[in-house]
Design a protein around this ligand. Sequence first.
Ligand SMILES: [Zn+2]
Length: 146
Amino acid sequence: MESGAIVRRFRKQFPDEASCLERFTAIRFRNGRYCPYCGSLNTYEFEKLHRFRCGRCKRDFSVLSNTVFEGAHLDLRQYFLILSLLTEAKQEIPLRTIVELSGCSEKSARRAIRLFKTSLEGADADASKVGTKRGRAEHGKAANRS
Ligand SMILES: [Zn+2]
């Protein structure tokens, strides 16, 4: 998919920061909300501010606590968009374009890209993609340009 189409689809799917938080919450707490510090399932929402409190260790947390997004310089939505651009584009999108489309600084974009590339390399979700790349490289060698 070309970058314009990715951005259009993304904006439809995630119109604002709240929709991104909602999705992230659904993924992170898919098996029930838990305390990221002690693992307790005994937690409760704290005045509906997307803040929670653990009933066991009494610490407050958000859905972003103890994740790479905690204390991030970018909105979750900017990260989501960059991730979409990295994973859905057929060809690698130039950094300049990612900066323009996401509206973040070059430094932040570089940091986000590095973060995703590092985590995707180790993620099962991306195993097929990595496998294909490796397979192709090996195939290329074995084929010996025939
Ligand atoms: Zn706890």
